[in-house]
Design a protein around this ligand. Structure first.
Ligand code: SF4
Length: 508
């Protein structure tokens, strides 16, 4: 069995790939397979006879959707000739790598036809969901005979820039430039190939507070109708926010962006009393999606402040949860981010110091700050590490359980998600390379080369489907075997705010 078979139908396409490979110092043979489906089918027989371990097809193609521009690259999620469809699960990994290489790249179905098509025929192909068209990929893919395969087509013409237009020459040149730039990525794809054992940290993904917050926005949209305004991201996840935006939610940073009388939802991270008062003063129809476990910390802050304590809040500056909690008693609270900050606390009475925590901290990090507080103020009181919520604690335990067995850990979550960031740090503290990814397109192929055991975790705000997408993408690089590593089971559920429960009853 040989290694990577890299092929291109036309001579110009093969030359573009070769130039791209030589630019990057790669030495991979590029095979020219010939124009059109008949030559492609004949080439596929020769390819299959050589039993490649993996097959990459590069060429130019026609764009079918209005959002494509000449020079864009489409990575086939699947290729069909209308009879047979072959899936390419690793497409998101390659598309992400192409983007990081500076190309405009997307994934999508590619359709192979037996002649040049234009106008109405192209619209018909687009209506099937295909985003690009070519004349060789489907028959060529038969040569892979089940081995991992990838197809990239650089766009030379689009609905607005027709293949029968004289400007096709400039489109073709732009496409060949992109193909040249894409060539080294195909080699990196091949280097990431391998069978893998995947350890799935459990629990992972949504916690009860996040599920409740998303359900609140969905119910508000259902009962009130769009638009529903949401102050700040409802939870810190790009996919969740994009899905709710499509459903009619409008995310704003401040209440001043919400029109008078509109419905507004406060995010799971909580808000300060000042924000609530402002909403009431403006007559906004406010619904509170603050997680009950964050609300518990707010209540603790109010109680300690009312009892005359200086409250040290252990957390990260600028995080919405921290801003909201500090707002409960601004004159009686101080943010403590590090043990060094403890030296700057200036209580009126050193015997009356209390401490609270952001719910999504790493327990070991927070405990070292508590030690610094209790060393300086021996009578300091607080909840221990109980402010760190069950979901954060469970997910960190699960990451620790997989990290020591993994070559690399991938954490599904957005960059602004505190609990997801803490999972990355937890894995790194265990000595394992770990990376935060919003989805499979964020995974760098270089992280995977030589990694045979991959741990996957997901922050409390990351949709479970993302983990499935990552596993599927890795499955496009070779066979995968998954193992759930379960450190706890979760059954906690939080009730909905009474406004929505009441309206739900009325509607039902
Ligand atoms: S991570 Fe914890 S505090 Fe935050 S929403 Fe989930 S359960 Fe609530």
């Amino acid at each position: 069995m040989s290694a990577l078979m890299l092929c291109a139908p036309l001579g110009v396409e093969a030359r573009a790939l070769r130039r791209g490979l030589s630019d990057s110092g790669e030495h991979v043979q590029v095979t020219r397979t010939g124009y059109g489906p008949v030559r492609a089918a004949a080439a596929a027989e020769r390819i299959a006879a050589s039993a490649p371990a993996m097959l990459a097809i590069g060429g130019v193609g026609g764009g079918l959707t209005d959002d494509l521009r000449v020079g864009d690259v489409v990575v086939a999620s699947e290729v069909t000739d209308g009879v047979t469809t072959v899936r390419c699960p690793s497409a998101p990994l390659v598309a992400g790598e192409l983007r990081r290489a500076g190309l405009r790249a997307r994934t999508g179905p590619i359709v192979t036809v037996d002649r040049l098509v234009r106008g109405h025929e192209r619209s018909q192909l687009a209506a099937t969901g295909a985003v690009a068209v070519d004349m060789e990929s489907a028959p060529l893919l038969a040569g892979a005979a089940g081995s991992p395969a990838i197809v990239v087509r650089a766009i030379s013409d689009t609905p607005a820039h027709s293949v029968f237009n004289p400007r096709i020459v400039s489109g073709g040149l732009a496409a060949l430039r992109s193909l040249r730039q894409a060539a080294p990525v195909l080699v990196r794809w091949a280097a990431a190939m391998g069978e893998r054992h995947i350890l799935l940290a459990s629990p992972r993904s949504f916690c009860a507070g996040v599920e409740r917050a998303i359900e609140i926005v969905e119910l508000a949209l259902e009962q009130h109708g769009a638009p529903v305004y949401v102050r700040k991201q409802i939870v810190h996840n790009a996919t969740v926010v994009a899905d709710l935006e499509r459903a009619g939610a409008i995310f704003v940073d401040e209440l001043s962006e919400v029109p008078d009388g509109a419905m507004v939802v406060f995010s799971a991270h909580g808000v300060s009393p000042e924000v609530r008062h402002e909403a009431a003063r403006r007559g906004l129809d406010a619904v509170d999606a603050t997680c009950p476990l964050v609300a518990k910390v707010h209540a603790e802050a109010r109680r300690y402040a009312a009892d005359g304590y200086l409250v040290a809040l252990i957390g990260h500056a600028g995080h919405e949860e921290v801003d909201g909690t500090l707002g409960e008693a601004p004159g009686a609270m101080a943010l403590v981010e590090t043990a060094a900050d403890v030296g700057r606390l200036d209580p009126a009475d050193p015997r009356k110091v209390a401490y609270l925590m952001q719910t999504t901290l790493a327990a070991d990090e927070a405990n070292s700050i508590v030690d610094a507080i209790t060393t300086r103020f021996p009578t300091a009181t607080g909840p221990g590490s109980d402010d760190i919520c069950y979901a954060t604690t469970n997910r960190q335990r699960a990451v620790r359980a997989i990290a020591s067995r993994s070559d690399v850990v991938l954490v599904a979550g957005s960059a602004n998600s505190s609990n997801s960031q803490r999972l990355v740090e937890t894995a790194q503290r265990a000595g394992t390379a770990a990376y935060l990814v919003d989805g499979p397109e964020d995974i760098q192929l270089g992280w995977l080369a030589g990694a045979s055991t991959i741990g996957i975790a997901a922050g409390a705000s990351a949709p479970p489907a993302i983990v499935g997408q990552i596993v599927a993408a890795l499955g496009g690089l070779g066979a995968v075997q998954t193992e759930d590593v379960i450190v706890a089971t979760e059954s906690i559920q939080f009730g909905l705010p009474k406004e929505l429960r009441q309206q739900g009853a009325d509607v039902g």
